[in-house]
Write a new protein. Structure first.
Length: 186
């Protein structure tokens, strides 16, 4: 659909999670996001549950755009998965989508907002983002690392701690390598 022939007066932007249609978002990724074509419904559901805001763009009953963000609400935020269906690109919907995310109460106070892009650098520069080569590191994990899976309890008992007690755990060597303690919360 060419943006000059489309009537954008009926395009709606929504931050309402009740309007999220995971199947349509996956279809949108298949059509317009080479970097997200292999995503699974279950994983997308988890990603969205841990994101706020989540913004969808609708033309009638069809999802034509999507973006989400994560943030601490003050210092840092990251915008993820910005995508507009190819038939709707070129008419300003991508810009409005990013502006909607940035204007959300969870992000509007954040001092620094990050995003990653492979091919859309010029688009984001026109919106006000700047290239920053000094702050990006990536750790790719094919399998999740279980928390403390590499620890072995040293000493008597089963490692259960009471308030103020300290237990030692072995981390690939001496029991002195790692200590964990439990303190009562005030």
């Amino acid at each position: 659909m060419n943006s000059t022939l489309r009537d954008d007066r009926y395009i709606q932007f929504s931050c309402d999670r009740a309007h999220i249609d995971l199947r349509q978002i996956l279809d949108l990724f298949q059509t317009a996001a080479f970097w997200a074509r292999d995503r699974r419904l279950e994983d997308l559901e988890i990603a969205i549950a841990n994101s706020d805001p989540v913004v969808t763009v609708w033309d009638g009953n069809h999802t034509v755009g999507f973006a989400r963000a994560t943030s601490d609400g003050v210092y840092r935020a990251t915008i993820w998965d910005v995508v507009i269906h190819p038939d709707y690109q070129g008419g300003g919907l991508g810009r409005k989508l990013v502006q909607t995310v940035l204007g959300h109460p969870k992000l509007c106070r954040v001092e620094r907002v990050y995003l990653m892009t492979s091919r859309q650098q010029k688009f984001y520069e026109r919106i006000g983002f700047e290239y920053n080569p000094t702050t990006t590191f990536v750790l790719s994990q094919s399998e999740p690392v279980p928390l403390f899976s590499h620890l072995e309890f040293c000493g008597e008992g089963d490692g259960t701690l009471g308030t103020g007690e300290v237990a030692e755990f072995r981390v690939g060597g001496d029991c002195q390598d790692f200590q964990a303690s439990v303190h009562q919360r005030q």
